[in-house]
Design a protein around this ligand. Structure first.
Ligand SMILES: [Fe+2]
Ligand SMILES: [Fe+2]
Length: 167
């Protein structure tokens, strides 16, 4: 049963702002997961690439769940720095456009890998740990671990791209 993020409309302003941005991060992880599921479907005849897409999609789904969980635990949530907050919505718009594009026209392995690297790299310019300052060390570590997982996505995708471009 997926964890639903809480409704932010009934919160005080500062908390609402943080919850809105976290909602944006949550949605971005879900859209990324959908993009990778789409790629897994498109490249289902290339087992190692399909497996890479499925693994990455599952991890993005798990990130969305973790963010939803953090939003539910909002008693530990303190307002973070303002820098970068707007970025998540720009990246979310980009990700949604990519999802529409790859749904309309399936991409080759090389193009899909390049698109995924672009998305992951854009997401890395946004610092999840600056959106919200968690009073709780466990929550802080959770967000750091998610960022580390996304850095690992870029290197796995780049490795796959180097292999396929060499073909
Ligand atoms: Fe992620
Ligand atoms: Fe990622």
């Amino acid at each position: 049963m997926p964890i639903k993020p809480p409704d932010s409309s009934a919160q005080p302003d500062a908390t609402r702002e943080v919850l809105n941005v976290l909602q944006g991060c949550h949605d971005l992880e879900l859209v990324a997961a959908q993009i990778y599921q789409r790629f897994a479907e498109t490249h289902k005849d290339i087992p190692d690439i399909a497996a890479l897409w499925r693994k990455t999609a599952a991890e993005e789904d798990s990130h969305a769940q973790q963010i939803a969980f953090a939003m539910r635990m909002r008693k530990d949530l303190v307002v973070g720095t303002k820098s970068d907050r707007i970025k998540v919505f720009e990246i979310l718009a980009f990700a949604r456009a990519v999802l529409i594009e790859v749904t309309a026209k399936p991409l080759s392995v090389v193009d899909a890998l390049k698109k995924a690297i672009e998305l992951e790299t854009r997401f890395q310019t946004f610092h999840l740990d600056e959106v919200a300052v968690f009073a709780d060390e466990g929550q802080r570590q959770l967000f750091r671990a998610m960022q580390a997982a996304d850095r690992a996505h870029v290197s796995a995708l780049e490795k796959a791209l180097a292999r396929f471009e060499g073909c």
